[in-house]
Design a protein around this ligand. Structure first.
Ligand code: SF4
Length: 457
Protein backbone atom coordinates (compact mmCIF):
# COMPACT_ATOMS: atom_id res chain seq x y z
CA UNK A 1 0.00 0.00 0.00
CA UNK A 2 1.42 3.38 -1.03
CA UNK A 3 0.27 5.44 1.95
CA UNK A 4 -2.32 5.56 4.76
CA UNK A 5 -5.61 4.11 3.61
CA UNK A 6 -8.73 6.14 2.92
CA UNK A 7 -11.07 6.62 5.87
CA UNK A 8 -13.19 9.53 4.60
CA UNK A 9 -16.85 8.71 5.06
CA UNK A 10 -19.77 9.30 2.73
CA UNK A 11 -21.39 11.94 4.86
CA UNK A 12 -18.12 13.80 5.34
CA UNK A 13 -17.94 14.17 1.58
CA UNK A 14 -21.65 14.79 0.91
CA UNK A 15 -22.74 17.42 3.40
CA UNK A 16 -26.01 19.32 3.41
CA UNK A 17 -25.62 23.02 4.10
CA UNK A 18 -25.98 26.56 2.76
CA UNK A 19 -23.91 27.79 -0.21
CA UNK A 20 -22.06 29.39 -1.75
CA UNK A 21 -18.74 27.79 -0.73
CA UNK A 22 -17.85 24.72 1.29
CA UNK A 23 -14.46 26.07 2.34
CA UNK A 24 -15.63 29.69 2.71
CA UNK A 25 -19.16 29.20 4.07
CA UNK A 26 -19.71 25.71 5.52
CA UNK A 27 -16.17 25.36 6.95
CA UNK A 28 -16.16 28.78 8.70
CA UNK A 29 -19.68 28.19 10.02
CA UNK A 30 -18.51 24.89 11.49
CA UNK A 31 -15.46 26.62 12.98
CA UNK A 32 -17.66 29.28 14.62
CA UNK A 33 -20.04 26.62 15.93
CA UNK A 34 -17.14 24.52 17.27
CA UNK A 35 -15.52 27.53 18.97
CA UNK A 36 -18.78 28.59 20.62
CA UNK A 37 -19.35 25.05 21.89
CA UNK A 38 -15.83 25.02 23.35
CA UNK A 39 -16.52 28.31 25.11
CA UNK A 40 -19.35 26.64 27.01
CA UNK A 41 -16.74 24.32 28.56
CA UNK A 42 -14.44 27.12 29.79
CA UNK A 43 -14.01 27.61 33.56
CA UNK A 44 -16.72 29.74 35.14
CA UNK A 45 -14.31 32.57 36.10
CA UNK A 46 -13.41 32.92 32.40
CA UNK A 47 -16.98 32.74 31.17
CA UNK A 48 -18.18 35.50 33.49
CA UNK A 49 -15.63 37.92 32.02
CA UNK A 50 -16.44 37.03 28.39
CA UNK A 51 -17.86 39.91 26.36
CA UNK A 52 -17.03 39.59 22.63
CA UNK A 53 -16.10 37.22 19.85
CA UNK A 54 -13.41 38.46 17.49
CA UNK A 55 -12.58 36.81 14.16
CA UNK A 56 -9.65 37.24 11.77
CA UNK A 57 -9.67 35.73 8.27
CA UNK A 58 -6.51 34.84 6.36
CA UNK A 59 -5.59 33.61 2.90
CA UNK A 60 -8.39 33.29 0.39
CA UNK A 61 -10.92 33.54 3.24
CA UNK A 62 -9.71 37.11 3.56
CA UNK A 63 -9.44 37.78 -0.18
CA UNK A 64 -12.89 36.51 -1.19
CA UNK A 65 -14.68 36.03 2.11
CA UNK A 66 -17.25 38.77 1.59
CA UNK A 67 -18.43 37.39 -1.74
CA UNK A 68 -18.60 33.91 -0.26
CA UNK A 69 -20.53 35.01 2.83
CA UNK A 70 -17.68 33.93 5.13
CA UNK A 71 -18.20 36.79 7.59
CA UNK A 72 -21.88 35.95 8.03
CA UNK A 73 -21.21 32.20 8.11
CA UNK A 74 -18.71 32.36 10.96
CA UNK A 75 -21.00 34.68 12.92
CA UNK A 76 -23.95 32.34 12.33
CA UNK A 77 -21.81 29.50 13.69
CA UNK A 78 -20.78 31.53 16.74
CA UNK A 79 -24.47 32.15 17.38
CA UNK A 80 -25.06 28.40 17.54
CA UNK A 81 -26.05 27.46 13.98
CA UNK A 82 -24.68 24.34 12.30
CA UNK A 83 -24.65 24.12 8.47
CA UNK A 84 -27.20 21.30 8.28
CA UNK A 85 -29.87 23.21 10.23
CA UNK A 86 -29.04 26.87 9.55
CA UNK A 87 -32.03 28.72 8.06
CA UNK A 88 -30.88 29.93 4.60
CA UNK A 89 -32.35 33.40 5.19
CA UNK A 90 -30.15 33.88 8.26
CA UNK A 91 -26.96 34.40 6.24
CA UNK A 92 -28.62 36.98 4.00
CA UNK A 93 -30.06 38.79 7.04
CA UNK A 94 -26.64 38.90 8.68
CA UNK A 95 -25.01 40.15 5.47
CA UNK A 96 -27.66 42.83 4.98
CA UNK A 97 -27.13 44.16 8.53
CA UNK A 98 -23.40 43.89 9.15
CA UNK A 99 -23.29 46.36 12.06
CA UNK A 100 -26.17 44.85 14.03
CA UNK A 101 -24.79 43.29 17.23
CA UNK A 102 -25.99 39.78 18.08
CA UNK A 103 -25.69 38.15 21.47
CA UNK A 104 -25.22 34.63 22.67
CA UNK A 105 -25.62 33.53 26.30
CA UNK A 106 -22.42 32.30 27.92
CA UNK A 107 -22.15 31.52 31.60
CA UNK A 108 -24.11 34.12 33.52
CA UNK A 109 -23.74 36.77 30.83
CA UNK A 110 -23.77 37.29 27.08
CA UNK A 111 -21.18 37.51 24.33
CA UNK A 112 -21.65 39.98 21.48
CA UNK A 113 -20.62 39.69 17.85
CA UNK A 114 -21.51 41.40 14.58
CA UNK A 115 -20.52 40.69 10.98
CA UNK A 116 -18.52 43.94 10.89
CA UNK A 117 -16.34 42.57 13.73
CA UNK A 118 -14.85 40.04 11.31
CA UNK A 119 -11.44 41.30 10.19
CA UNK A 120 -9.98 40.46 6.78
CA UNK A 121 -6.28 39.96 7.50
CA UNK A 122 -3.27 38.90 5.39
CA UNK A 123 -3.86 36.99 2.14
CA UNK A 124 -0.28 35.68 2.18
CA UNK A 125 0.64 34.19 5.56
CA UNK A 126 2.64 31.46 7.32
CA UNK A 127 -0.19 29.34 8.71
CA UNK A 128 -0.07 25.70 7.58
CA UNK A 129 -3.29 25.97 5.51
CA UNK A 130 -4.34 28.68 3.08
CA UNK A 131 -7.85 29.12 4.51
CA UNK A 132 -7.16 30.02 8.11
CA UNK A 133 -9.35 31.82 10.61
CA UNK A 134 -8.49 32.80 14.15
CA UNK A 135 -11.34 33.17 16.60
CA UNK A 136 -10.99 34.82 19.98
CA UNK A 137 -13.15 35.26 23.02
CA UNK A 138 -12.29 38.54 24.72
CA UNK A 139 -13.32 40.52 27.76
CA UNK A 140 -14.86 43.99 27.55
CA UNK A 141 -11.40 45.62 27.28
CA UNK A 142 -10.39 43.35 24.37
CA UNK A 143 -8.08 41.05 26.36
CA UNK A 144 -7.97 37.51 24.97
CA UNK A 145 -9.62 34.91 27.20
CA UNK A 146 -9.54 32.00 24.78
CA UNK A 147 -8.24 31.68 21.21
CA UNK A 148 -8.30 28.98 18.56
CA UNK A 149 -6.72 28.77 15.10
CA UNK A 150 -8.95 26.96 12.56
CA UNK A 151 -8.21 25.70 9.07
CA UNK A 152 -10.94 25.25 6.48
CA UNK A 153 -9.30 22.52 4.47
CA UNK A 154 -11.84 22.13 1.64
CA UNK A 155 -15.19 20.47 1.11
CA UNK A 156 -16.47 21.90 4.41
CA UNK A 157 -13.89 19.96 6.46
CA UNK A 158 -12.22 21.84 9.29
CA UNK A 159 -9.19 21.23 11.47
CA UNK A 160 -7.64 23.33 14.17
CA UNK A 161 -4.22 23.82 15.76
CA UNK A 162 -3.51 20.62 17.68
CA UNK A 163 -6.29 18.76 15.83
CA UNK A 164 -6.02 15.00 16.04
CA UNK A 165 -7.92 12.85 13.57
CA UNK A 166 -10.90 11.27 15.37
CA UNK A 167 -10.79 7.61 16.34
CA UNK A 168 -12.69 5.68 13.71
CA UNK A 169 -13.23 2.05 12.96
CA UNK A 170 -10.81 0.29 10.62
CA UNK A 171 -11.97 -0.02 7.00
CA UNK A 172 -12.59 -3.59 5.87
CA UNK A 173 -11.03 -2.93 2.47
CA UNK A 174 -7.82 -0.91 2.69
CA UNK A 175 -6.98 1.22 -0.34
CA UNK A 176 -5.38 4.58 -0.86
CA UNK A 177 -5.77 5.04 -4.61
CA UNK A 178 -7.63 3.67 -7.63
CA UNK A 179 -5.01 1.05 -8.42
CA UNK A 180 -5.48 -0.53 -4.99
CA UNK A 181 -9.27 -0.23 -5.19
CA UNK A 182 -9.21 -1.90 -8.60
CA UNK A 183 -7.10 -4.75 -7.16
CA UNK A 184 -9.69 -5.31 -4.39
CA UNK A 185 -12.48 -5.39 -6.99
CA UNK A 186 -10.57 -8.06 -8.90
CA UNK A 187 -9.34 -10.16 -5.97
CA UNK A 188 -12.57 -10.22 -3.99
CA UNK A 189 -15.00 -10.14 -6.90
CA UNK A 190 -16.81 -7.14 -5.44
CA UNK A 191 -18.32 -4.07 -7.06
CA UNK A 192 -17.10 -0.64 -6.02
CA UNK A 193 -20.37 0.14 -4.26
CA UNK A 194 -20.04 -2.97 -2.07
CA UNK A 195 -16.53 -1.97 -1.03
CA UNK A 196 -17.63 1.57 -0.17
CA UNK A 197 -20.64 0.30 1.80
CA UNK A 198 -18.58 -2.26 3.74
CA UNK A 199 -16.04 0.41 4.65
CA UNK A 200 -18.71 2.94 5.63
CA UNK A 201 -20.25 0.45 8.05
CA UNK A 202 -16.85 -0.49 9.50
CA UNK A 203 -15.56 3.09 9.85
CA UNK A 204 -18.70 4.73 11.23
CA UNK A 205 -20.35 1.79 12.99
CA UNK A 206 -23.63 2.65 11.22
CA UNK A 207 -25.86 -0.16 9.98
CA UNK A 208 -26.44 -0.82 6.29
CA UNK A 209 -30.12 0.31 6.43
CA UNK A 210 -29.08 3.51 8.24
CA UNK A 211 -26.48 4.30 5.59
CA UNK A 212 -28.92 3.61 2.76
CA UNK A 213 -31.51 5.81 4.45
CA UNK A 214 -29.01 8.70 4.76
CA UNK A 215 -27.88 8.16 1.18
CA UNK A 216 -31.48 8.38 -0.03
CA UNK A 217 -31.81 11.64 1.90
CA UNK A 218 -28.68 13.08 0.27
CA UNK A 219 -29.97 12.13 -3.18
CA UNK A 220 -33.37 13.65 -2.32
CA UNK A 221 -31.67 16.90 -1.19
CA UNK A 222 -29.89 17.03 -4.55
CA UNK A 223 -33.14 16.61 -6.46
CA UNK A 224 -34.85 19.22 -4.30
CA UNK A 225 -32.07 21.71 -5.03
CA UNK A 226 -32.59 21.15 -8.78
CA UNK A 227 -36.35 21.65 -8.50
CA UNK A 228 -35.97 24.79 -6.36
CA UNK A 229 -33.50 26.22 -8.84
CA UNK A 230 -35.78 25.48 -11.80
CA UNK A 231 -38.61 27.35 -10.09
CA UNK A 232 -36.61 30.44 -9.14
CA UNK A 233 -36.18 33.60 -11.22
CA UNK A 234 -34.52 37.00 -10.92
CA UNK A 235 -31.06 38.25 -10.02
CA UNK A 236 -28.67 36.47 -7.68
CA UNK A 237 -27.44 38.35 -4.58
CA UNK A 238 -24.39 40.58 -4.94
CA UNK A 239 -23.12 43.41 -7.12
CA UNK A 240 -22.71 41.39 -10.34
CA UNK A 241 -26.50 41.33 -10.91
CA UNK A 242 -26.23 37.89 -12.50
CA UNK A 243 -29.67 36.75 -13.70
CA UNK A 244 -30.74 33.19 -13.00
CA UNK A 245 -30.92 31.13 -16.20
CA UNK A 246 -31.99 27.63 -15.11
CA UNK A 247 -35.71 28.20 -15.62
CA UNK A 248 -35.15 29.80 -19.03
CA UNK A 249 -33.02 26.86 -20.15
CA UNK A 250 -35.64 24.42 -18.91
CA UNK A 251 -38.38 26.25 -20.83
CA UNK A 252 -36.21 26.32 -23.93
CA UNK A 253 -35.63 22.56 -23.63
CA UNK A 254 -39.37 21.85 -23.58
CA UNK A 255 -39.65 23.60 -26.96
CA UNK A 256 -36.89 21.45 -28.49
CA UNK A 257 -39.08 18.42 -29.23
CA UNK A 258 -37.18 15.52 -30.75
CA UNK A 259 -34.05 17.63 -31.09
CA UNK A 260 -30.72 16.17 -29.96
CA UNK A 261 -30.23 19.48 -28.16
CA UNK A 262 -33.09 18.74 -25.79
CA UNK A 263 -31.21 16.40 -23.45
CA UNK A 264 -28.14 18.65 -23.35
CA UNK A 265 -30.26 21.74 -22.70
CA UNK A 266 -32.03 19.97 -19.86
CA UNK A 267 -28.71 18.83 -18.40
CA UNK A 268 -27.53 22.44 -18.55
CA UNK A 269 -30.74 23.58 -16.86
CA UNK A 270 -30.33 21.07 -14.01
CA UNK A 271 -26.70 22.07 -13.41
CA UNK A 272 -27.55 25.78 -13.51
CA UNK A 273 -30.46 25.19 -11.12
CA UNK A 274 -28.38 23.85 -8.21
CA UNK A 275 -25.39 26.09 -8.95
CA UNK A 276 -27.71 29.14 -8.83
CA UNK A 277 -29.27 27.90 -5.60
CA UNK A 278 -25.76 27.62 -4.19
CA UNK A 279 -24.88 31.14 -5.34
CA UNK A 280 -28.04 32.40 -3.62
CA UNK A 281 -27.03 30.80 -0.30
CA UNK A 282 -29.64 28.05 -0.66
CA UNK A 283 -29.27 24.60 0.86
CA UNK A 284 -27.25 22.24 -1.36
CA UNK A 285 -25.12 19.11 -0.99
CA UNK A 286 -21.34 19.41 -1.23
CA UNK A 287 -20.33 17.13 -4.10
CA UNK A 288 -17.50 17.43 -3.41
CA UNK A 289 -17.80 21.19 -2.63
CA UNK A 290 -20.43 23.93 -2.72
CA UNK A 291 -18.92 25.66 -5.76
CA UNK A 292 -19.22 22.41 -7.71
CA UNK A 293 -22.53 21.38 -6.13
CA UNK A 294 -24.43 21.56 -9.44
CA UNK A 295 -22.61 18.82 -11.33
CA UNK A 296 -23.67 15.62 -9.55
CA UNK A 297 -27.33 16.68 -9.03
CA UNK A 298 -27.61 17.46 -12.76
CA UNK A 299 -26.66 13.90 -13.63
CA UNK A 300 -28.70 12.37 -10.80
CA UNK A 301 -31.76 14.28 -11.98
CA UNK A 302 -31.15 13.56 -15.67
CA UNK A 303 -30.56 9.84 -15.17
CA UNK A 304 -33.61 9.49 -12.99
CA UNK A 305 -36.02 11.67 -14.99
CA UNK A 306 -34.69 11.48 -18.56
CA UNK A 307 -33.17 7.98 -18.68
CA UNK A 308 -35.50 6.48 -16.04
CA UNK A 309 -32.75 4.69 -14.14
CA UNK A 310 -34.06 3.08 -10.94
CA UNK A 311 -33.32 3.96 -7.32
CA UNK A 312 -31.03 1.05 -6.63
CA UNK A 313 -28.80 1.66 -9.67
CA UNK A 314 -28.69 5.37 -8.79
CA UNK A 315 -27.61 4.54 -5.23
CA UNK A 316 -24.95 2.07 -6.27
CA UNK A 317 -23.56 4.45 -8.89
CA UNK A 318 -23.55 7.22 -6.29
CA UNK A 319 -21.20 5.10 -4.18
CA UNK A 320 -18.87 4.60 -7.17
CA UNK A 321 -18.83 8.41 -7.55
CA UNK A 322 -18.01 8.72 -3.85
CA UNK A 323 -14.98 6.45 -4.33
CA UNK A 324 -13.62 8.85 -6.97
CA UNK A 325 -14.15 11.81 -4.62
CA UNK A 326 -12.41 10.00 -1.75
CA UNK A 327 -9.39 9.14 -3.90
CA UNK A 328 -9.05 12.67 -5.29
CA UNK A 329 -9.30 14.20 -1.81
CA UNK A 330 -6.79 11.72 -0.38
CA UNK A 331 -4.16 12.07 -3.09
CA UNK A 332 -4.61 15.69 -4.20
CA UNK A 333 -7.25 18.13 -2.95
CA UNK A 334 -10.86 19.13 -3.49
CA UNK A 335 -10.28 22.77 -2.46
CA UNK A 336 -10.13 25.58 -5.02
CA UNK A 337 -7.85 27.42 -2.60
CA UNK A 338 -5.37 24.54 -2.72
CA UNK A 339 -5.39 23.37 -6.36
CA UNK A 340 -7.70 25.70 -8.27
CA UNK A 341 -11.01 24.77 -9.88
CA UNK A 342 -9.67 21.46 -11.19
CA UNK A 343 -10.12 20.21 -7.59
CA UNK A 344 -13.74 21.39 -7.46
CA UNK A 345 -15.45 21.21 -10.88
CA UNK A 346 -12.79 18.79 -12.16
CA UNK A 347 -13.34 16.33 -9.32
CA UNK A 348 -17.13 16.81 -9.42
CA UNK A 349 -17.08 16.03 -13.13
CA UNK A 350 -14.93 12.93 -12.56
CA UNK A 351 -17.32 11.75 -9.84
CA UNK A 352 -20.31 12.38 -12.10
CA UNK A 353 -18.70 10.55 -15.02
CA UNK A 354 -18.13 7.51 -12.79
CA UNK A 355 -21.74 7.84 -11.64
CA UNK A 356 -23.10 7.83 -15.21
CA UNK A 357 -20.95 4.90 -16.33
CA UNK A 358 -21.82 2.82 -13.28
CA UNK A 359 -25.54 3.66 -13.37
CA UNK A 360 -25.66 2.53 -17.00
CA UNK A 361 -24.31 -0.85 -15.97
CA UNK A 362 -20.61 -0.46 -16.71
CA UNK A 363 -18.46 -1.50 -13.76
CA UNK A 364 -15.03 -0.92 -12.32
CA UNK A 365 -12.63 -0.33 -15.22
CA UNK A 366 -15.06 1.68 -17.35
CA UNK A 367 -16.14 3.66 -14.29
CA UNK A 368 -12.51 4.52 -13.57
CA UNK A 369 -11.85 5.42 -17.19
CA UNK A 370 -14.87 7.71 -17.34
CA UNK A 371 -13.67 9.53 -14.22
CA UNK A 372 -10.19 9.84 -15.65
CA UNK A 373 -11.37 11.31 -18.95
CA UNK A 374 -13.53 13.88 -17.17
CA UNK A 375 -10.74 14.90 -14.80
CA UNK A 376 -8.06 14.97 -17.50
CA UNK A 377 -9.98 17.62 -19.40
CA UNK A 378 -10.23 19.87 -16.36
CA UNK A 379 -6.52 19.80 -15.50
CA UNK A 380 -5.06 23.25 -14.94
CA UNK A 381 -8.39 25.05 -14.58
CA UNK A 382 -7.92 27.95 -12.23
CA UNK A 383 -10.19 29.34 -9.56
CA UNK A 384 -10.93 32.98 -10.39
CA UNK A 385 -14.42 33.92 -9.19
CA UNK A 386 -15.24 37.45 -10.27
CA UNK A 387 -15.34 39.78 -7.25
CA UNK A 388 -15.19 36.70 -5.03
CA UNK A 389 -18.79 35.66 -5.82
CA UNK A 390 -19.40 32.01 -6.67
CA UNK A 391 -21.26 33.05 -9.83
CA UNK A 392 -18.92 33.89 -12.72
CA UNK A 393 -17.45 31.55 -13.96
CA UNK A 394 -18.70 29.05 -11.39
CA UNK A 395 -22.32 28.55 -12.48
CA UNK A 396 -21.58 27.92 -16.15
CA UNK A 397 -18.61 25.84 -15.13
CA UNK A 398 -20.99 23.47 -13.31
CA UNK A 399 -22.92 23.00 -16.55
CA UNK A 400 -19.69 22.39 -18.47
CA UNK A 401 -18.60 19.90 -15.80
CA UNK A 402 -21.91 18.03 -16.11
CA UNK A 403 -21.73 17.88 -19.93
CA UNK A 404 -18.09 16.77 -19.84
CA UNK A 405 -19.01 14.08 -17.31
CA UNK A 406 -21.74 12.73 -19.55
CA UNK A 407 -19.49 12.83 -22.59
CA UNK A 408 -16.64 11.15 -20.69
CA UNK A 409 -19.01 8.30 -19.85
CA UNK A 410 -20.21 8.10 -23.48
CA UNK A 411 -16.62 7.98 -24.76
CA UNK A 412 -15.48 5.30 -22.33
CA UNK A 413 -18.61 3.16 -22.44
CA UNK A 414 -18.16 2.89 -26.20
CA UNK A 415 -14.48 1.93 -26.31
CA UNK A 416 -12.26 -0.94 -25.14
CA UNK A 417 -11.62 -0.23 -21.45
CA UNK A 418 -8.15 -1.80 -21.61
CA UNK A 419 -7.00 0.51 -24.39
CA UNK A 420 -7.09 3.60 -22.16
CA UNK A 421 -3.52 4.80 -21.59
CA UNK A 422 -3.99 7.21 -18.68
CA UNK A 423 -5.13 5.93 -15.28
CA UNK A 424 -7.26 7.89 -12.82
CA UNK A 425 -4.34 7.85 -10.37
CA UNK A 426 -2.11 9.46 -13.01
CA UNK A 427 -4.68 12.20 -13.66
CA UNK A 428 -5.05 12.85 -9.92
CA UNK A 429 -1.25 13.02 -9.52
CA UNK A 430 -1.14 15.52 -12.41
CA UNK A 431 -3.84 17.59 -10.72
CA UNK A 432 -1.88 17.63 -7.44
CA UNK A 433 1.32 18.68 -9.18
CA UNK A 434 -0.45 21.34 -11.27
CA UNK A 435 -2.08 22.67 -8.12
CA UNK A 436 1.26 22.89 -6.31
CA UNK A 437 2.81 24.85 -9.18
CA UNK A 438 -0.21 27.14 -9.64
CA UNK A 439 0.22 30.73 -8.54
CA UNK A 440 -1.89 31.69 -5.55
CA UNK A 441 -3.50 34.34 -7.82
CA UNK A 442 -5.51 31.47 -9.30
CA UNK A 443 -6.53 29.78 -6.05
CA UNK A 444 -9.76 31.42 -4.94
CA UNK A 445 -8.20 34.80 -4.20
CA UNK A 446 -9.82 36.63 -7.15
CA UNK A 447 -6.43 38.24 -7.86
CA UNK A 448 -5.98 36.76 -11.32
CA UNK A 449 -7.64 35.27 -14.38
CA UNK A 450 -11.24 36.09 -15.24
CA UNK A 451 -11.66 37.81 -11.87
CA UNK A 452 -9.28 40.51 -13.08
CA UNK A 453 -9.78 40.54 -16.83
CA UNK A 454 -13.56 40.77 -16.67
CA UNK A 455 -13.42 43.76 -14.35
CA UNK A 456 -10.86 45.49 -16.58
CA UNK A 457 -12.82 45.21 -19.82
S1 SF4 B 1 -13.98 29.06 -9.92
FE1 SF4 B 1 -14.36 26.89 -9.41
S2 SF4 B 1 -13.15 26.51 -7.54
FE2 SF4 B 1 -13.36 28.72 -7.80
S3 SF4 B 1 -15.14 29.31 -6.55
FE3 SF4 B 1 -15.85 28.96 -8.67
S4 SF4 B 1 -16.48 26.80 -8.71
FE4 SF4 B 1 -15.22 27.05 -6.86
Amino acid sequence: MSQACITTTLFDLFKVGPGPSSSHTIGPMKAGHHFAQNCLELPRDVRVRAARFRVRLYGSLSATGTGHGTDAAVVAGLLGNAPEDCPPSLLQTLMDNPHTPHTRPLGDGEVTVSVSDVIHDAVIHDFPYSNTLVIELTDEAGNTLYLQEYYSVGGGFIQWKGWVAPELGEPVHRYSNMTELRAIVKEKGLNIYEIILDNEMAITGASRPAIIHSLNEIIAHMETSVRRGLDAEGALPGPLKVQRKARMLWQQATRLHASPDQFLTRLNAYAFATAEENAAGGVIVTAPTCGSAGVMPALVYALRHELFIGDRAIREAFLAAAAVGFIAKHNASIAGAEVGCQGEIGVASAMAAAFVADARGYRSRVTENAAEVALEHHLGITCDPVQGYVQIPCIERNAMGALKAYNAAVITCGTDPYSQRVSLDAAIAAMAETGREMSCKFKETSLGGLAVSMVAC
